[in-house]
Design a protein around this ligand. Structure first.
Ligand code: AHM
Ligand code: MG
Length: 339
């Protein structure tokens, strides 16, 4: 007989907490607030494209309300869902240049939230998967005071939880609080995230590489050799690899997390620090991939150990199956030694 098991995100978080008697429940409540923001953003993403049909032209909709770009909407929604819970002391968003302070009439908490409200937003109009990424730290400044830049610019290894939501053929939320990575699919009929991927482990080695190959001309010679190596035929090492690049980091990494493989956004001669942001994209995705048994580096060092210098800092990234990431590091390293 089919055994039905409804494990909602909320219940899963509570069960996880029971295993940590020292937990105060604050982190659980924070994650629940985040999942509410995710549901609202998901609903809005699903309506993208209806704007013109429903008369949402120009900057105002039929109700005379201002129509916001989806990434601005997602940013506002994250802020609105998270500012009053009493769990945060400060936030920072890829959409906002400076720190986002908690309004003074709300209680301050012990956590710090950094987020990319809608990653891959250039894909929205083509109905391609996009995502939200979040990263949570414990504050290091004294309780009861507004959070500061120091609270935000912590090493990635200090994250207490991180997650992402992919708005794709379905909406899925994946998170880790350091032990185990779990995925929950949103049931649109009754608006609950249900456990669909328990304890995700990334394969040690994959057969997929994801990179914007249009930038080949500008790459480091070691990286050029690595990609050529992946394209050669060799049955024993599972080559040639398949190339898959959506152009939405969250969706590319989500696929590789499930199937195995490597995602890269390298430095190149035009962009010496790559494109992706350490605090909003690389740290949270690295925390998740490492918790699933994978590896993430900038080609030289572990992403999670990079000392952040500013909020919107960019870093090169190689992330995914551990053996694949190690191999690209070797290619880059040996080419440097040889040159
Ligand atoms: P965004 O934060 O402006 O959306 O940019 C980040 C996105 C990633 O999701 C994706 O991996 C990358 O940009 C794609 O960049 P490119 O078009 O240069 O390949
Ligand atoms: Mg982004």
């Amino acid at each position: 007989m089919l055994k039905l098991r409804f494990m909602t995100l909320a219940r899963h978080i509570i069960e996880g907490e029971k295993m940590h008697p020292e937990a105060t429940g604050e982190l659980s409540k924070l994650l629940s607030d985040l999942s509410l923001a995710a549901k609202v953003i998901s609903l809005e993403v699903n309506k993208a494209g209806l704007a013109d049909i429903l008369g949402f032209t120009g900057s105002h909709n039929i109700h005379g309300e201002e129509v916001k770009k989806l990434d601005v909407f997602a940013h506002d929604m994250m802020f609105t869902a998270m500012d009053h819970g009493g769990h945060l002391c400060v936030m920072a968003s890829e959409e906002e240049e400076n720190l986002i302070h908690i309004p003074s009439h709300f209680k301050l908490g012990k956590y710090v939230l950094l987020f990319d409200p809608l990653d891959g937003s250039s894909n929205i109009d083509a109905n391609i998967s996009i995502g939200t990424i979040f990263s949570i730290y414990k504050r290091i400044t004294p309780d009861g005071t507004p959070g500061t830049m120091e609270d935000c610019l912590q090493l990635g290894i200090n994250q207490v939880a991180a997650g992402y939501i992919v708005y794709g053929s379905s909406t899925i939320l994946v998170y880790t609080a350091g032990h185990g990575v779990h995925g929950f699919t949103l049931d649109p009929a009754f608006g609950e995230f249900l456990l669909s991927h328990e304890n995700i482990k990334i394969p040690k080695k994959g057969r997929i590489y994801s990179i914007n190959e249009g930038n080949y001309k500008y790459w480091h010679p070691g990286l050029k050799k690595y990609i050529k190596y992946l394209q050669e035929e060799d049955e024993d090492s599972g080559r040639p690899y398949s190339s898959r690049y959506i152009g939405s980091m969250v969706a590319d990494i989500h696929r590789n997390l499930l199937y195995g493989g490597i995602f890269m956004y390298p430095a190149d001669s035009r962009n010496p620090n790559g494109k992706l942001r350490l605090m909003y994209e690389c740290n949270p995705m690295s925390f998740i991939v490492e918790a699933a048994g994978g590896r993430a580096s900038d080609g030289k060092q572990r992403i999670l150990e990079i000392k952040p210098e500013k909020l919107h800092q960019r870093v090169p990234i190689f992330i995914g199956s551990a053996e694949d990431v190690k191999l690209v590091e070797n290619f880059i390293h040996s080419e440097k030694l040889g040159s």
